[in-house]
Write a protein that binds this ligand. Structure first.
Ligand SMILES: [Ca+2]
Ligand SMILES: [Ca+2]
Length: 503
Protein backbone atom coordinates (compact mmCIF):
# COMPACT_ATOMS: atom_id res chain seq x y z
CA UNK A 1 0.00 0.00 0.00
CA UNK A 2 2.89 2.32 0.76
CA UNK A 3 4.40 1.61 -2.66
CA UNK A 4 1.09 2.32 -4.31
CA UNK A 5 0.87 5.69 -2.62
CA UNK A 6 4.40 6.53 -3.75
CA UNK A 7 3.60 5.50 -7.32
CA UNK A 8 0.49 7.63 -7.21
CA UNK A 9 2.47 10.66 -6.07
CA UNK A 10 5.02 10.02 -8.79
CA UNK A 11 2.22 9.89 -11.37
CA UNK A 12 0.73 13.12 -10.07
CA UNK A 13 4.15 14.73 -10.29
CA UNK A 14 4.72 13.43 -13.82
CA UNK A 15 1.32 14.60 -15.02
CA UNK A 16 1.88 17.97 -13.42
CA UNK A 17 5.31 18.37 -14.96
CA UNK A 18 4.01 17.25 -18.38
CA UNK A 19 1.19 19.77 -18.07
CA UNK A 20 3.57 22.56 -17.17
CA UNK A 21 5.84 21.52 -20.06
CA UNK A 22 2.88 21.81 -22.46
CA UNK A 23 2.04 25.23 -21.10
CA UNK A 24 5.69 25.94 -20.63
CA UNK A 25 6.36 27.81 -23.84
CA UNK A 26 6.43 30.83 -21.55
CA UNK A 27 10.19 30.95 -21.80
CA UNK A 28 12.17 33.40 -19.78
CA UNK A 29 12.36 36.80 -21.42
CA UNK A 30 14.87 39.50 -20.85
CA UNK A 31 14.85 42.92 -22.40
CA UNK A 32 18.23 43.63 -24.02
CA UNK A 33 18.67 47.39 -23.82
CA UNK A 34 22.12 47.20 -25.43
CA UNK A 35 20.50 45.92 -28.61
CA UNK A 36 17.53 48.29 -28.61
CA UNK A 37 16.61 51.88 -29.22
CA UNK A 38 13.37 53.73 -28.61
CA UNK A 39 12.03 57.25 -28.10
CA UNK A 40 12.03 59.60 -26.30
CA UNK A 41 15.68 60.68 -26.48
CA UNK A 42 16.39 57.97 -29.01
CA UNK A 43 19.38 59.95 -30.18
CA UNK A 44 21.44 62.05 -27.79
CA UNK A 45 22.14 65.69 -28.31
CA UNK A 46 25.23 64.94 -30.33
CA UNK A 47 23.07 62.81 -32.61
CA UNK A 48 24.53 59.48 -31.52
CA UNK A 49 22.33 56.52 -30.70
CA UNK A 50 23.64 54.64 -27.64
CA UNK A 51 24.98 51.14 -28.51
CA UNK A 52 24.29 51.74 -32.21
CA UNK A 53 26.11 53.18 -35.21
CA UNK A 54 24.44 54.64 -38.24
CA UNK A 55 25.73 55.86 -41.55
CA UNK A 56 25.00 56.63 -45.16
CA UNK A 57 21.99 58.92 -45.51
CA UNK A 58 20.51 57.80 -42.19
CA UNK A 59 19.57 60.52 -39.71
CA UNK A 60 18.74 59.90 -36.05
CA UNK A 61 16.51 62.22 -34.06
CA UNK A 62 15.01 62.08 -30.59
CA UNK A 63 11.86 60.47 -32.00
CA UNK A 64 13.10 58.10 -34.70
CA UNK A 65 15.84 57.03 -37.06
CA UNK A 66 15.21 58.14 -40.63
CA UNK A 67 17.15 55.35 -42.27
CA UNK A 68 16.49 56.68 -45.76
CA UNK A 69 14.76 60.00 -46.46
CA UNK A 70 12.29 60.62 -49.29
CA UNK A 71 14.86 61.73 -51.79
CA UNK A 72 16.07 59.91 -54.86
CA UNK A 73 18.74 57.23 -54.53
CA UNK A 74 19.29 57.43 -50.83
CA UNK A 75 20.84 54.63 -48.80
CA UNK A 76 21.34 54.36 -45.10
CA UNK A 77 21.74 51.87 -42.30
CA UNK A 78 22.05 51.53 -38.56
CA UNK A 79 23.94 48.63 -37.00
CA UNK A 80 24.32 47.55 -33.41
CA UNK A 81 27.86 47.94 -32.02
CA UNK A 82 28.19 44.60 -30.23
CA UNK A 83 27.36 41.08 -31.40
CA UNK A 84 24.61 39.42 -29.41
CA UNK A 85 25.49 37.15 -26.49
CA UNK A 86 22.29 35.10 -26.45
CA UNK A 87 21.01 32.31 -28.66
CA UNK A 88 17.27 33.02 -29.14
CA UNK A 89 15.61 36.37 -29.47
CA UNK A 90 12.60 38.46 -30.37
CA UNK A 91 12.87 41.83 -32.08
CA UNK A 92 9.97 44.27 -32.31
CA UNK A 93 10.44 46.99 -34.93
CA UNK A 94 8.04 49.92 -35.17
CA UNK A 95 8.45 51.75 -38.45
CA UNK A 96 6.75 54.01 -40.93
CA UNK A 97 7.22 53.98 -44.68
CA UNK A 98 5.54 57.10 -45.99
CA UNK A 99 5.62 58.90 -49.29
CA UNK A 100 3.47 61.09 -51.46
CA UNK A 101 3.50 58.65 -54.36
CA UNK A 102 0.98 55.92 -54.88
CA UNK A 103 4.01 53.70 -55.36
CA UNK A 104 7.13 53.94 -53.24
CA UNK A 105 10.65 52.62 -53.31
CA UNK A 106 12.75 50.78 -52.53
CA UNK A 107 12.16 49.44 -49.09
CA UNK A 108 13.44 48.65 -45.63
CA UNK A 109 15.50 45.71 -44.41
CA UNK A 110 16.07 44.03 -41.05
CA UNK A 111 19.32 42.15 -40.70
CA UNK A 112 20.81 39.51 -38.45
CA UNK A 113 24.20 38.66 -39.91
CA UNK A 114 27.50 37.24 -38.75
CA UNK A 115 29.19 40.57 -39.58
CA UNK A 116 27.97 44.15 -39.80
CA UNK A 117 26.90 45.19 -43.28
CA UNK A 118 27.63 48.34 -45.24
CA UNK A 119 25.82 51.69 -44.86
CA UNK A 120 25.31 52.19 -48.57
CA UNK A 121 25.02 48.72 -50.02
CA UNK A 122 23.00 47.42 -52.94
CA UNK A 123 20.40 45.41 -51.01
CA UNK A 124 17.97 47.90 -49.46
CA UNK A 125 20.90 50.06 -48.42
CA UNK A 126 23.22 47.39 -47.09
CA UNK A 127 25.60 44.65 -48.20
CA UNK A 128 24.82 41.90 -50.62
CA UNK A 129 26.16 38.35 -50.09
CA UNK A 130 25.41 38.58 -46.41
CA UNK A 131 25.76 35.64 -44.05
CA UNK A 132 22.60 35.21 -42.06
CA UNK A 133 19.08 36.52 -42.25
CA UNK A 134 17.60 39.44 -44.15
CA UNK A 135 13.94 40.39 -43.78
CA UNK A 136 12.92 42.80 -46.52
CA UNK A 137 9.97 45.16 -46.65
CA UNK A 138 10.04 45.55 -50.41
CA UNK A 139 7.93 48.48 -51.60
CA UNK A 140 8.80 48.52 -55.26
CA UNK A 141 7.50 45.94 -57.74
CA UNK A 142 10.61 45.24 -59.83
CA UNK A 143 9.25 42.11 -61.55
CA UNK A 144 5.92 43.81 -62.30
CA UNK A 145 3.81 40.97 -60.89
CA UNK A 146 1.68 43.35 -58.87
CA UNK A 147 2.71 41.64 -55.65
CA UNK A 148 4.27 44.48 -53.73
CA UNK A 149 4.63 45.76 -51.07
CA UNK A 150 5.84 42.37 -49.92
CA UNK A 151 7.48 41.13 -46.71
CA UNK A 152 9.99 38.30 -47.13
CA UNK A 153 12.75 36.48 -45.32
CA UNK A 154 15.85 35.52 -47.28
CA UNK A 155 18.64 33.38 -45.85
CA UNK A 156 22.11 33.66 -47.24
CA UNK A 157 25.37 31.88 -46.50
CA UNK A 158 27.49 34.70 -47.87
CA UNK A 159 27.53 33.45 -51.44
CA UNK A 160 24.20 34.41 -52.99
CA UNK A 161 23.61 37.69 -54.78
CA UNK A 162 20.15 39.08 -54.14
CA UNK A 163 17.79 38.65 -57.11
CA UNK A 164 16.44 42.20 -57.30
CA UNK A 165 14.96 41.68 -60.77
CA UNK A 166 12.55 39.06 -59.42
CA UNK A 167 12.03 40.78 -56.07
CA UNK A 168 13.84 37.86 -54.45
CA UNK A 169 11.06 35.38 -55.25
CA UNK A 170 13.65 32.80 -56.34
CA UNK A 171 15.46 32.98 -53.01
CA UNK A 172 12.96 33.70 -50.32
CA UNK A 173 12.46 31.41 -47.35
CA UNK A 174 8.97 32.68 -46.57
CA UNK A 175 6.92 35.80 -46.96
CA UNK A 176 3.54 37.49 -47.13
CA UNK A 177 1.86 40.21 -49.13
CA UNK A 178 1.21 43.17 -46.81
CA UNK A 179 0.84 46.85 -47.48
CA UNK A 180 2.95 48.74 -44.97
CA UNK A 181 3.08 52.14 -46.68
CA UNK A 182 1.20 55.27 -45.57
CA UNK A 183 -0.71 53.77 -42.66
CA UNK A 184 -2.57 55.91 -40.13
CA UNK A 185 -0.53 54.43 -37.31
CA UNK A 186 2.98 53.07 -37.25
CA UNK A 187 3.41 49.57 -38.66
CA UNK A 188 5.19 46.93 -36.65
CA UNK A 189 7.01 43.68 -37.22
CA UNK A 190 7.73 41.20 -34.47
CA UNK A 191 10.46 38.79 -35.50
CA UNK A 192 10.99 35.79 -33.25
CA UNK A 193 13.81 33.29 -33.53
CA UNK A 194 13.42 30.52 -30.97
CA UNK A 195 14.73 26.97 -31.20
CA UNK A 196 15.40 27.30 -34.93
CA UNK A 197 11.85 28.46 -35.69
CA UNK A 198 11.57 31.86 -37.30
CA UNK A 199 8.21 33.64 -37.11
CA UNK A 200 7.12 37.06 -38.20
CA UNK A 201 4.04 38.79 -36.86
CA UNK A 202 2.93 41.97 -38.55
CA UNK A 203 0.89 44.90 -37.25
CA UNK A 204 -0.81 46.61 -40.18
CA UNK A 205 -0.93 50.03 -38.53
CA UNK A 206 -4.65 50.34 -39.25
CA UNK A 207 -5.43 50.56 -35.54
CA UNK A 208 -3.68 51.82 -32.49
CA UNK A 209 -4.30 48.51 -30.72
CA UNK A 210 -1.10 46.98 -29.37
CA UNK A 211 -2.46 43.45 -29.77
CA UNK A 212 -3.35 43.59 -33.48
CA UNK A 213 -0.47 41.47 -34.72
CA UNK A 214 -1.17 38.98 -37.47
CA UNK A 215 0.97 36.07 -38.55
CA UNK A 216 2.95 36.72 -41.69
CA UNK A 217 5.04 33.55 -41.81
CA UNK A 218 6.54 30.76 -39.76
CA UNK A 219 9.61 28.85 -40.91
CA UNK A 220 11.16 25.84 -39.20
CA UNK A 221 14.71 24.49 -39.26
CA UNK A 222 16.25 27.91 -39.59
CA UNK A 223 19.91 27.93 -38.55
CA UNK A 224 21.40 31.38 -38.09
CA UNK A 225 25.01 32.15 -37.24
CA UNK A 226 25.79 32.60 -33.55
CA UNK A 227 26.83 35.94 -32.07
CA UNK A 228 25.58 37.95 -35.03
CA UNK A 229 24.71 41.62 -35.41
CA UNK A 230 21.34 43.32 -35.75
CA UNK A 231 20.89 46.03 -38.32
CA UNK A 232 18.34 48.11 -40.20
CA UNK A 233 18.85 49.58 -43.63
CA UNK A 234 16.77 51.31 -46.28
CA UNK A 235 17.09 52.63 -49.77
CA UNK A 236 15.21 54.79 -52.24
CA UNK A 237 15.43 54.73 -56.03
CA UNK A 238 13.73 56.73 -58.73
CA UNK A 239 10.77 56.88 -56.39
CA UNK A 240 11.29 57.75 -52.76
CA UNK A 241 9.69 57.15 -49.37
CA UNK A 242 10.67 58.24 -45.92
CA UNK A 243 11.82 55.14 -44.02
CA UNK A 244 11.53 55.88 -40.34
CA UNK A 245 12.22 53.39 -37.57
CA UNK A 246 10.59 54.47 -34.33
CA UNK A 247 11.78 51.70 -32.10
CA UNK A 248 13.88 48.56 -32.18
CA UNK A 249 13.29 46.43 -29.08
CA UNK A 250 15.28 43.27 -28.52
CA UNK A 251 14.30 40.60 -26.01
CA UNK A 252 16.43 37.55 -25.40
CA UNK A 253 14.50 34.29 -24.99
CA UNK A 254 15.64 31.55 -22.64
CA UNK A 255 14.19 28.05 -22.46
CA UNK A 256 11.89 27.29 -19.50
CA UNK A 257 13.37 25.84 -16.35
CA UNK A 258 15.55 27.34 -13.64
CA UNK A 259 17.08 30.47 -15.11
CA UNK A 260 20.92 30.52 -15.08
CA UNK A 261 22.20 31.91 -11.79
CA UNK A 262 24.96 34.06 -13.28
CA UNK A 263 22.48 35.35 -15.83
CA UNK A 264 20.33 36.52 -12.94
CA UNK A 265 23.29 38.15 -11.25
CA UNK A 266 24.38 39.83 -14.45
CA UNK A 267 20.88 41.13 -15.01
CA UNK A 268 20.69 42.61 -11.50
CA UNK A 269 24.15 44.16 -12.01
CA UNK A 270 22.97 45.48 -15.33
CA UNK A 271 19.89 46.89 -13.70
CA UNK A 272 21.97 48.83 -11.16
CA UNK A 273 24.24 50.05 -13.92
CA UNK A 274 21.30 50.97 -16.10
CA UNK A 275 19.54 52.91 -13.39
CA UNK A 276 22.82 54.74 -12.66
CA UNK A 277 23.19 55.57 -16.34
CA UNK A 278 19.61 56.70 -16.54
CA UNK A 279 19.98 58.99 -13.54
CA UNK A 280 23.16 60.51 -15.00
CA UNK A 281 21.42 60.99 -18.30
CA UNK A 282 18.43 62.59 -16.62
CA UNK A 283 20.68 65.01 -14.72
CA UNK A 284 22.49 65.94 -17.90
CA UNK A 285 19.19 66.51 -19.64
CA UNK A 286 17.85 68.73 -16.87
CA UNK A 287 21.02 70.80 -16.96
CA UNK A 288 20.70 71.16 -20.70
CA UNK A 289 17.07 72.24 -20.37
CA UNK A 290 17.93 74.87 -17.80
CA UNK A 291 20.69 76.20 -19.99
CA UNK A 292 18.33 76.33 -22.94
CA UNK A 293 15.69 78.24 -21.00
CA UNK A 294 18.27 80.67 -19.76
CA UNK A 295 19.55 81.29 -23.25
CA UNK A 296 16.18 81.59 -24.98
CA UNK A 297 13.27 83.95 -24.26
CA UNK A 298 9.97 82.67 -22.74
CA UNK A 299 7.79 83.33 -25.78
CA UNK A 300 9.56 80.67 -27.77
CA UNK A 301 9.08 78.07 -25.09
CA UNK A 302 5.38 78.91 -24.91
CA UNK A 303 5.02 78.66 -28.64
CA UNK A 304 6.60 75.21 -28.57
CA UNK A 305 4.36 74.07 -25.73
CA UNK A 306 1.17 75.31 -27.33
CA UNK A 307 1.99 73.78 -30.66
CA UNK A 308 1.00 70.42 -29.24
CA UNK A 309 -2.50 71.62 -28.30
CA UNK A 310 -3.51 72.87 -31.73
CA UNK A 311 -4.35 70.95 -34.81
CA UNK A 312 -5.27 72.11 -38.29
CA UNK A 313 -8.65 71.30 -39.85
CA UNK A 314 -7.03 68.70 -42.03
CA UNK A 315 -5.39 67.03 -39.10
CA UNK A 316 -8.65 66.95 -37.15
CA UNK A 317 -10.52 65.58 -40.13
CA UNK A 318 -7.91 62.92 -40.67
CA UNK A 319 -7.90 61.99 -37.00
CA UNK A 320 -11.70 61.63 -37.05
CA UNK A 321 -11.58 59.59 -40.26
CA UNK A 322 -8.95 57.32 -38.78
CA UNK A 323 -10.82 56.78 -35.56
CA UNK A 324 -14.01 56.01 -37.51
CA UNK A 325 -12.10 53.70 -39.77
CA UNK A 326 -10.52 51.83 -36.92
CA UNK A 327 -13.96 51.41 -35.34
CA UNK A 328 -15.28 50.05 -38.64
CA UNK A 329 -12.26 47.81 -38.87
CA UNK A 330 -12.88 46.41 -35.40
CA UNK A 331 -16.57 45.84 -36.17
CA UNK A 332 -15.65 44.09 -39.42
CA UNK A 333 -13.14 41.94 -37.62
CA UNK A 334 -15.76 40.93 -35.08
CA UNK A 335 -18.22 40.17 -37.89
CA UNK A 336 -15.60 38.15 -39.68
CA UNK A 337 -14.96 36.13 -36.55
CA UNK A 338 -18.67 35.45 -36.10
CA UNK A 339 -19.02 34.52 -39.77
CA UNK A 340 -16.17 32.06 -39.40
CA UNK A 341 -17.94 30.60 -36.39
CA UNK A 342 -21.18 30.23 -38.37
CA UNK A 343 -19.41 28.69 -41.35
CA UNK A 344 -17.70 26.26 -38.99
CA UNK A 345 -21.03 25.25 -37.50
CA UNK A 346 -22.57 24.86 -40.94
CA UNK A 347 -19.73 22.64 -42.07
CA UNK A 348 -20.08 20.54 -38.95
CA UNK A 349 -23.81 20.17 -39.58
CA UNK A 350 -23.20 19.29 -43.24
CA UNK A 351 -20.66 16.66 -42.29
CA UNK A 352 -23.11 15.22 -39.77
CA UNK A 353 -25.80 15.08 -42.47
CA UNK A 354 -23.49 13.38 -44.95
CA UNK A 355 -22.53 10.90 -42.24
CA UNK A 356 -26.19 10.29 -41.64
CA UNK A 357 -26.78 9.67 -45.35
CA UNK A 358 -23.88 7.23 -45.55
CA UNK A 359 -24.71 5.42 -42.33
CA UNK A 360 -28.45 5.17 -43.02
CA UNK A 361 -31.31 7.29 -41.83
CA UNK A 362 -31.75 5.63 -38.46
CA UNK A 363 -28.45 6.58 -36.85
CA UNK A 364 -29.73 8.67 -34.01
CA UNK A 365 -29.08 12.40 -34.30
CA UNK A 366 -27.42 12.00 -37.66
CA UNK A 367 -30.66 10.87 -39.26
CA UNK A 368 -32.48 14.05 -38.38
CA UNK A 369 -31.13 16.08 -41.27
CA UNK A 370 -31.87 14.72 -44.73
CA UNK A 371 -33.73 11.65 -43.47
CA UNK A 372 -36.09 13.75 -41.41
CA UNK A 373 -38.92 14.28 -43.89
CA UNK A 374 -39.54 10.75 -45.24
CA UNK A 375 -39.01 9.08 -41.86
CA UNK A 376 -41.50 11.35 -40.17
CA UNK A 377 -44.19 10.99 -42.87
CA UNK A 378 -44.00 7.23 -42.74
CA UNK A 379 -44.12 7.30 -39.01
CA UNK A 380 -47.22 9.49 -39.04
CA UNK A 381 -48.97 7.15 -41.40
CA UNK A 382 -47.93 4.23 -39.30
CA UNK A 383 -49.19 5.95 -36.21
CA UNK A 384 -52.51 6.69 -37.90
CA UNK A 385 -52.86 3.08 -38.99
CA UNK A 386 -51.98 1.84 -35.53
CA UNK A 387 -54.51 4.22 -33.99
CA UNK A 388 -57.22 3.07 -36.37
CA UNK A 389 -56.42 -0.54 -35.64
CA UNK A 390 -56.49 0.18 -31.96
CA UNK A 391 -59.89 1.86 -32.23
CA UNK A 392 -61.22 -1.09 -34.16
CA UNK A 393 -59.79 -3.46 -31.58
CA UNK A 394 -61.36 -1.45 -28.77
CA UNK A 395 -64.80 -1.39 -30.38
CA UNK A 396 -64.54 -5.10 -31.16
CA UNK A 397 -63.52 -5.76 -27.61
CA UNK A 398 -66.53 -3.77 -26.38
CA UNK A 399 -68.82 -5.74 -28.65
CA UNK A 400 -67.27 -8.96 -27.43
CA UNK A 401 -67.72 -7.84 -23.85
CA UNK A 402 -71.36 -6.96 -24.30
CA UNK A 403 -71.87 -10.23 -26.12
CA UNK A 404 -70.16 -12.13 -23.36
CA UNK A 405 -72.31 -10.27 -20.83
CA UNK A 406 -75.39 -11.23 -22.74
CA UNK A 407 -74.22 -14.81 -22.92
CA UNK A 408 -73.46 -14.70 -19.24
CA UNK A 409 -76.85 -13.36 -18.30
CA UNK A 410 -78.49 -15.90 -20.59
CA UNK A 411 -76.41 -18.65 -19.04
CA UNK A 412 -77.43 -17.41 -15.60
CA UNK A 413 -81.06 -17.41 -16.55
CA UNK A 414 -80.68 -20.85 -18.11
CA UNK A 415 -78.90 -22.09 -15.03
CA UNK A 416 -81.56 -20.65 -12.77
CA UNK A 417 -84.25 -22.03 -15.05
CA UNK A 418 -82.57 -25.39 -14.99
CA UNK A 419 -82.30 -25.23 -11.22
CA UNK A 420 -86.06 -24.44 -10.99
CA UNK A 421 -87.07 -26.80 -13.82
CA UNK A 422 -88.01 -30.04 -11.90
CA UNK A 423 -90.10 -28.20 -9.33
CA UNK A 424 -91.78 -26.17 -11.99
CA UNK A 425 -92.66 -29.16 -14.11
CA UNK A 426 -94.01 -31.33 -11.32
CA UNK A 427 -95.45 -28.53 -9.27
CA UNK A 428 -99.12 -28.90 -10.39
CA UNK A 429 -99.25 -32.47 -9.06
CA UNK A 430 -96.89 -32.05 -6.10
CA UNK A 431 -93.97 -34.16 -5.05
CA UNK A 432 -95.95 -35.83 -2.20
CA UNK A 433 -98.63 -37.02 -4.61
CA UNK A 434 -96.02 -38.85 -6.68
CA UNK A 435 -94.73 -40.72 -3.67
CA UNK A 436 -98.36 -41.27 -2.59
CA UNK A 437 -99.13 -42.73 -6.02
CA UNK A 438 -96.11 -45.01 -5.86
CA UNK A 439 -97.12 -45.97 -2.36
CA UNK A 440 -100.64 -46.54 -3.54
CA UNK A 441 -99.29 -48.64 -6.44
CA UNK A 442 -97.15 -50.63 -4.03
CA UNK A 443 -100.13 -50.98 -1.74
CA UNK A 444 -102.33 -52.12 -4.65
CA UNK A 445 -99.68 -54.59 -5.77
CA UNK A 446 -99.40 -55.94 -2.22
CA UNK A 447 -103.19 -56.10 -2.08
CA UNK A 448 -103.33 -57.96 -5.38
CA UNK A 449 -100.71 -60.45 -4.21
CA UNK A 450 -102.52 -60.98 -0.90
CA UNK A 451 -105.80 -61.43 -2.71
CA UNK A 452 -104.21 -63.92 -5.07
CA UNK A 453 -102.77 -65.86 -2.12
CA UNK A 454 -106.11 -65.72 -0.32
CA UNK A 455 -107.79 -66.89 -3.52
CA UNK A 456 -105.40 -69.77 -3.74
CA UNK A 457 -106.01 -70.77 -0.10
CA UNK A 458 -109.74 -70.42 -0.46
CA UNK A 459 -109.78 -72.39 -3.66
CA UNK A 460 -107.71 -75.29 -2.43
CA UNK A 461 -109.34 -76.44 0.93
CA UNK A 462 -112.80 -74.84 1.51
CA UNK A 463 -114.19 -73.39 -1.62
CA UNK A 464 -115.43 -75.37 -4.55
CA UNK A 465 -113.79 -75.06 -7.89
CA UNK A 466 -115.75 -71.90 -8.46
CA UNK A 467 -114.84 -68.76 -6.49
CA UNK A 468 -116.42 -68.18 -3.02
CA UNK A 469 -116.13 -64.42 -3.51
CA UNK A 470 -117.32 -63.54 -6.90
CA UNK A 471 -116.04 -60.53 -8.88
CA UNK A 472 -119.47 -58.98 -8.63
CA UNK A 473 -119.41 -59.13 -4.89
CA UNK A 474 -115.93 -57.67 -4.75
CA UNK A 475 -116.83 -54.76 -7.05
CA UNK A 476 -119.98 -54.18 -5.01
CA UNK A 477 -117.97 -54.05 -1.86
CA UNK A 478 -115.55 -51.50 -3.41
CA UNK A 479 -118.49 -49.44 -4.73
CA UNK A 480 -120.02 -49.31 -1.29
CA UNK A 481 -116.69 -48.21 0.20
CA UNK A 482 -116.36 -45.47 -2.43
CA UNK A 483 -119.90 -44.25 -1.74
CA UNK A 484 -119.16 -44.09 1.97
CA UNK A 485 -115.96 -42.12 1.31
CA UNK A 486 -117.72 -39.74 -1.06
CA UNK A 487 -120.57 -39.34 1.36
CA UNK A 488 -118.12 -38.51 4.11
CA UNK A 489 -116.30 -36.01 2.02
CA UNK A 490 -119.57 -34.32 0.92
CA UNK A 491 -120.63 -34.23 4.54
CA UNK A 492 -117.27 -32.70 5.59
CA UNK A 493 -117.48 -30.02 2.81
CA UNK A 494 -120.95 -29.08 3.86
CA UNK A 495 -119.84 -28.84 7.47
CA UNK A 496 -116.88 -26.54 6.48
CA UNK A 497 -119.17 -24.41 4.30
CA UNK A 498 -121.56 -24.00 7.17
CA UNK A 499 -118.69 -23.12 9.48
CA UNK A 500 -117.47 -20.45 6.99
CA UNK A 501 -120.97 -18.97 6.76
CA UNK A 502 -120.89 -18.33 10.49
CA UNK A 503 -117.85 -16.12 10.19
CA1 LIG B 1 11.57 45.27 -55.16
CA1 LIG C 1 7.13 42.04 -57.32
Amino acid sequence: MKMAAEVRWLLVFLVFSAFSAVLGENFHRKFEYKYSFKPPYLAQKDGSVPFWEYGGNAIASAENVRVAPSLRSQKGAIWVKQPINFEWWEVDIMFRVTGRGRIGADGLAFWYTSAKGAYNGTVFGSSDQWNGLGIFFDSFDNDNKHNNPYIMAVLNDGTKVFDHANDGTTQLLAGCLRDFRNKPFATRARIEYYKNVLTLLFHSGMTNNEQDYEACFRAENVFLPEHGYFGISAATGGLADDHDVIHFLTTSLHPPGPSPIDGHRVSSEDQIKLSQEYQDYQKKLDQQKEEYHREHPDERRDKNEFEDYFETDNQRELRQIFSGQSQMFNALKELNRKLDEIVGRQERTLSLISQGQVGGTHTGMAGQGEGYRPTDTIRRQEVDAVLNNQNIIISTAQEIRSFVGEVNSKTDSILSNQARAPTAQVQPMGYDYQSLISEMRDGLNTLKRDMAQTNAKLTVPDCPSTNCLTTMMFLLFVAIQMIILLGYSVYRDNKEAQAKKFY
